[in-house]
Design a protein around this ligand. Structure first.
Ligand code: C2E
Ligand code: MG
Ligand code: MG
Ligand code: MG
Length: 272
C-alpha cells in the first residue's frame, strides 16, 4: 500500500495539500463568502429548436488568495462535509438572483439553474431561506441535483421538493444516467428537467449505444412530463442530432462557455 500512497501524493499534490488543510480551507471559504469574494460564472442554456437563450447555469468560482483559481471539484466536496455548503449555496442563490433581476427582458421566460447538494435540501431552514430569496419579481430558479446526491438523503430531498415546487422553483436531475440512479427515485422526485450527462453526449455521433441511451432518456423524460436538456455539446453536428432527436434544451462549449455575469448580460441584450 505504501508505494501507491506515495504515488497518489505526488501525482496530485494539490488535492493532497487540500485534504491536510480542510479546516483552514473551510474557514477561508467562509471568509470569502462573508466578504462577498466568492464569484460565479454563467453558462448559457438554449432552446435547441429556436436557438434562443433560456437562461444560464451558475457555476461557482473561487480565486483563492494563496492557491489561485480553484475548480469547484476541488472545494465543493470539502464544503459538502461541513455546514459551509449551506452558506455557499445561500450566498449563490442570493447573489445569483440579485444579478438576474438586472437581466433585460427578452420576451422569453428565463431561469437561472443553481447546483445544490443533498445536505442543502435536507436542511429545512436552508430550504426556507432559498424560498425567501425567490420572493419578488425575478427570473425562475431551477435547482440542479445529481442522482448520487439524491441517494444520500432520498427521504429528506423528497420532502423538500413539494415545498420548493409550490413556490415555483424547478428541479433538474443533473448528470442524468451517470450516478446511482434508481427509477423509484425518479418517480418520487417528479423532476421538471432531466439533464443528460455529458459522457453520453460528447461522442454520441460515434456511438450507437450512446445515441440509444440519449433517445431513450428523451422519451423517458417526456413521458414523465419533464423537459430534457443535454450538457457538454461541443460541436454543431451533435447539437443538430440532439435537436432532431427531440431534446429540448442544450448547454456546452459549442453553445457558450461559462462566462462572467456581465458578459452573459450582453448576450441577452444582443438577443433582444
Ligand atoms: P455540472 O453541474 O455538471 O456542471 C457542468 C460542468 O461541465 C462545468 O464545470 C462546466 O464548465 C463544464 N462544461 C460545460 N460545458 C462543457 C462542454 O461542452 N464540455 C466539457 N468538457 N465541459 C463542459 P465546472 O464549472 O468545473 O463544475 C464542475 C461541477 O462542480 C459541476 O458539474 C457541479 O457538480 C459542481 N459545481 C459547480 N458549481 C457549483 C455550485 O455552485 N454548487 C455546487 N453544489 N456544486 C457546483
Ligand atoms: Mg449542473
Ligand atoms: Mg451536469
Ligand atoms: Mg457534472
Amino acid at each position: 500500500a505504501a508505494p501507491s500512497q506515495a504515488t497518489t501524493a505526488t501525482a496530485d499534490t494539490r488535492t493532497f495539500d487540500a485534504a491536510l488543510a480542510h479546516p483552514r480551507l473551510l474557514a477561508e471559504l467562509s471568509e470569502a463568502i462573508a466578504s462577498h469574494q466568492l464569484a460565479y460564472a454563467l453558462q448559457p442554456k438554449i432552446d435547441l429548436r429556436s436557438g434562443r437563450l433560456l437562461g444560464a447555469e451558475l457555476l461557482v468560482r473561487w480565486d483563492h488568495p494563496r492557491l489561485g483559481p480553484m475548480a469547484p471539484d476541488e472545494f465543493v466536496p470539502i464544503a459538502e462535509q461541513a455546514r459551509t455548503i449551506g452558506e455557499m449555496t445561500l450566498y449563490l442563490v442570493r447573489h445569483g438572483l440579485a444579478h438576474c433581476r438586472g437581466w433585460p427582458a427578452t420576451g422569453d421566460r428565463l431561469h437561472v439553474s443553481i447546483n445544490v447538494s443533498a445536505n442543502d435540501l435536507a436542511d429545512p431552514r436552508l430550504v426556507d431561506a432559498i424560498i425567501d430569496a425567490c420572493e419578488g419579481d425575478s427570473p425562475g430558479l431551477m435547482l440542479e441535483i445529481t442522482e448520487t446526491e439524491v441517494m444520500r438523503e432520498p427521504e429528506r430531498v423528497a420532502e423538500a421538493l413539494p415545498r420548493l415546487r409550490s413556490h415555483g422553483i424547478g428541479i433538474s436531475v443533473d448528470d442524468f444516467g451517470a450516478g446511482h440512479s434508481s427509477l423509484v427515485n425518479l418517480r418520487r422526485l417528479a423532476p421538471d428537467e432531466l439533464k443528460i450527462d455529458r459522457s453520453f453526449v460528447h461522442a454520441l455521433l460515434a456511438s450507437h449505444s450512446d445515441r440509444a441511451i440519449v433517445r431513450a432518456t428523451i422519451h423517458l423524460g417526456h413521458e414523465l412530463g419533464a423537459s430534457v436538456a443535454a450538457e457538454g455539446i461541443e460541436d454543431e453536428a451533435t447539437r443538430t442530432w440532439l435537436t432532431q432527436a427531440g431534446c429540448d434544451a442544450g448547454q456546452g462549449f459549442w453553445i457558450g462557455r461559462p462566462m462572467p455575469p456581465a458578459e452573459f448580460m450582453e448576450l441577452l441584450r444582443a438577443q433582444g
